[in-house]
Design a protein around this ligand. Structure first.
Ligand code: G
Ligand code: G
Ligand code: NA
Ligand code: MN
Length: 254
């Protein structure tokens, strides 16, 4: 397969880069963190979207190498931002595939990356979808406990679109539920508003916080603030951007 060969080659030639989307505190309107989103600059085809190449990488185990590259890159970038803008509290979240959680000694290896980059464990967040967590919970329990001992947090991505066993949720080191953007898109509809309200109440009762994803309008933002949503992310604040663009935003709020 052509694209697969190209993917392998691109890993060596470093044709990947990370974009970052700010995560904003809805009380102070400060940027508290950023989600890293991978991009592939294919030498002939131009930008290939992660929706296309991540599933391919996942099928071929390339996701392991690509995943390590992303974690290292995100941590190095975060270390630079923390220092440059005197923001030791700033965090970065990295999307994780199921296969990465099967890596033997994942927590210790991530600990090595954090040490090398001089990042405190609490400032790296691993994003995992609800479905991956629930389908693999038993197999992942050791890794999840190791991560917990190391103080590395999980964010649950696309929350509300999978099936969650609520009794499982509180057993893992989950600090944040990210409400899927499909609920935010139509939050002006009563039904979605009530679903989001329920998710926020659930999270707060379990000592977790909530990020609303995909905020595009000030109307959506207003409703989310009314519900006491903790953090927001979406095109209203900023689309995912290159590192120098997010640096500009960080320098303004500083
Ligand atoms: O940035 P965009 O909305 O196009 O991303 C599409 C999908 O690709 C999202 O579901 C996102 O979680 C996934 N994705 C982006 N970057 C990464 C990454 O570094 N690792 C993994 N596993 N998935 C990613
Ligand atoms: O699956 P995950 O939540 O990781 O995917 C994040 C994706 O959501 C990224 O591809 C990003 O480009 C996209 N995204 C971020 N903010 C918005 C938004 O406000 N509207 C829409 N439609 N997509 C968004
Ligand atoms: Na994500
Ligand atoms: Mn998401």
């Amino acid at each position: 397969l052509r694209l697969e060969t190209d993917l392998r080659k691109s890993l060596v030639e470093k044709d990947f880069f990370l974009c970052y989307q700010p995560i904003v505190d809805l009380k102070s309107f400060q940027i508290t963190g950023m989600e890293s989103l991978m991009r592939w600059h294919h030498q002939e085809r131009g930008l290939v979207s992660p929706g296309e190449f991540i599933p391919l990488a996942e099928r071929t185990k390339l996701i392991i190498d690509l995943g390590w590259w992303a974690i290292r890159e995100a941590c190095q970038q975060l270390a630079y931002f923390q220092k440059e803008f005197s923001r030791p509290d700033l965090s970065v979240s990295v999307n994780m595939s199921a296969k990465q959680f099967a890596i033997h000694d994942l927590a210790r290896l991530i600990g090595d990356v954090l040490n090398n980059a001089c990042i405190r464990p609490g400032n790296l967040k691993l994003e995992i979808t609800e479905t991956v967590l629930m389908e693999n919970a038993k197999a992942m329990i050791k890794t999840l406990n190791d991560l917990k001992l190391m103080n590395i947090d999980l964010y649950i991505d696309d929350f509300g679109t999978g099936y969650s066993s609520l009794s499982y949720l509180h057993r893992f080191p989950i600090s944040i539920l990210k409400v899927d953007r499909s609920f935010i898109f139509e939050i002006t509809k009563k039904e979605n508003f009530e679903i989001v309200r329920t998710i926020i109440t659930l999270a707060h009762n379990l000592d977790m916080k909530v990020v609303a994803e995909g905020i595009e309008t000030s109307e959506q933002l207003k409703l989310l603030m009314q519900l006491g949503c903790d953090f927001g992310q979406g095109n209203l604040f900023s689309v995912p951007v290159r590192n120098h663009e997010i640096a500009k935003m960080l320098s303004k709020s500083h």
